[in-house]
Ligand binder design. Structure first.
Ligand code: ATP
Ligand code: LTN
Length: 327
C-alpha cells in the first residue's frame, strides 16, 4: 500500500518563495512515490478577515501555483477545502472529543497572530489547528509535508487521533510531519530573524512567486546581510546571508557547502547579483507555466478533486458518526 500525503496552503495572500521551498517543492517530489492530496484551505484563510472578491481570486491563484510548481492533477488530488463540508463537521466533533483548551493555549502561531489583544480575535483563529487536524485525519494520512512553523499543529493532530482512538476504537491513523532539512524556515529578507510570511505588511520582506521579475531582483539586492565581509553559513550568528544561501541552494539545486566554496574571496555584491539572476530565471519559468492555465481549467480540476475526496470523507464520517452515537 502506498502511503498517503496530505497538505494545504491558505489562500490568504500572495504566495512567496518561503511557501514554495518549505512546502510545495517537497510535495512535487513526493507525488512520484505516494498518493497525494493537496488542498486549498479556504476555511483556514477566513480565520482572519478576507475580502470576498479577493478570496475568490486567491483560491484560483493558489491552485494555479500548485499546478505551475508541478503538482500533476493526473497523479495527485487537488481540491478546495470548503467544497467538502465533512472537514468542518469533523472539526466540530474534534472540538468536543480530542481537542482541549490547554492544547490550543499552547499554539505559538495563535499567540503570534493574535498579538496583544487576544480577546478581540475570532474564535476561528483560536480553533484553527482543530480544523487542520480534521483535514489531515480525514484521509488516513501518513505524512504531512509542511514548513517548520506547522509542526506543532501536526503534533496536535497526532494527539487528537490517539485520544479519539482510545475512546472509540481504531478510527484514525496517527500521521507524521515531514519538514525539509534545509529551507523548513525561510526568513524575512529585511528582518532575517523572523519568518518570511505571506501576510507580512511589508512585502519587501518576501519574494512573491508572482512578483514582477525586476522588483524581485531589487528585493534580493536590498536583503539585509551583516557587517562581515565573507560568504559563510551560520544561521544563528549570521541569519541574513545564511537565509540567502539557503534560498540559492534550494532554487539552484546546489549544496550550500559548494556555494560557500564558489564565493570564497568574493563579497555580498557579487553573491546577491548572482542570486538575483537565479531567482529571476526561476520566477520567469514559473510564471510562464502559471499563465498557461485558464481559470476554467482550474475549476474543472478542483471539481474533479472534490468528487474524489468526497467519497473518502463520507466513508470516514459515517464511521465517526456511528462511533460517537449520532447514528
Ligand atoms: P500567513 O502569514 O498568511 O500565515 P504563511 O506564509 O505562513 O502565511 P501558510 O499558508 O501558513 O503561509 O503556509 C503554507 C505552507 O508554507 C506551510 O506548510 C508553511 O509551513 C510553509 N511556510 C510558510 N512560510 C514559510 C517559510 N518562511 N519557510 C518555509 N516554509 C514556510
Ligand atoms: N495551517 C496550515 C495550512 C493547513 C494545512 C492543513 C497544512 C491547513 N490544513 C493540513 C497541512 C495539512 C498552514 O500552513 N498555515
Amino acid at each position: 500500500m502506498k502511503k498517503t500525503i496530505f497538505s494545504g496552503i491558505q489562500p490568504s495572500g500572495r504566495l512567496n518563495v518561503g511557501n514554495y521551498i518549505g512546502a510545495i517543492s517537497q510535495w512535487v517530489e513526493m507525488q512520484k512515490e505516494y498518493d497525494c492530496i493537496f488542498s486549498v484551505v479556504d476555511y483556514h484563510a477566513i480565520t482572519v478577515k478576507q475580502d470576498p472578491e479577493e478570496l475568490r481570486k486567491r483560491i484560483i491563484e493558489v491552485t494555479k501555483i500548485y499546478l505551475a510548481a508541478g503538482i500533476d492533477p493526473k497523479k495527485s488530488i487537488i481540491f478546495q477545502q470548503s467544497a467538502v463540508p465533512a472537514h468542518t463537521e469533523l472539526a466540530w466533533i474534534f472540538n468536543c472529543y480530542g481537542a482541549y483548551i490547554a492544547d490550543l493555549n499552547k499554539m505559538t502561531q495563535f499567540k503570534d497572530k493574535a498579538g496583544k489583544d487576544r480577546e478581540a480575535v475570532s474564535v476561528g483563529l483560536y480553533d484553527y489547528p482543530v480544523l487542520m487536524a480534521a483535514d489531515i485525519l480525514m484521509y488516513d494520512t501518513d505524512i504531512v509535508p509542511v514548513g517548520e512553523d506547522q509542526k506543532q499543529h501536526v503534533e496536535l493532530a497526532r494527539d487528537i487521533a490517539r485520544r479519539f482512538n482510545n475512546e472509540f476504537g481504531n478510527i484514525f491513523k496517527v500521521p507524521e510531519a515531514v519538514v525539509r532539512q534545509e529551507g523548513a524556515r525561510i526568513m524575512s529578507l529585511l528582518e532575517p530573524t523572523k519568518k518570511m510570511s505571506k501576510s507580512d505588511a511589508n512585502q519587501n520582506n518576501c519574494v512573491g512567486l508572482l512578483d514582477d521579475i525586476e522588483i524581485a531582483k531589487k528585493k534580493i539586492m536590498r536583503a539585509v546581510t551583516d557587517t562581515e565581509a565573507n560568504i559563510a553559513y551560520d544561521p544563528i550568528k549570521r541569519p541574513g546571508i545564511s537565509n540567502l544561501l539557503t534560498i540559492y541552494s534550494v532554487i539552484s539545486n546546489k549544496p550550500i557547502s559548494d556555494l560557500v566554496k564558489d564565493y570564497q574571496g568574493k563579497g555580498y555584491g557579487d553573491f546577491k547579483k548572482d542570486l538575483a539572476e537565479v531567482v529571476a530565471k526561476f520566477l520567469s519559468d514559473f510564471q510562464k507555466k502559471y499563465n498557461s492555465f485558464s481559470d476554467q481549467e482550474v475549476m474543472v480540476i478542483l471539481e474533479s478533486g472534490r468528487k474524489k475526496v468526497e467519497k473518502m470523507a463520507n466513508g470516514k464520517m459515517e464511521k465517526v458518526r456511528r462511533a460517537i452515537g449520532v447514528r
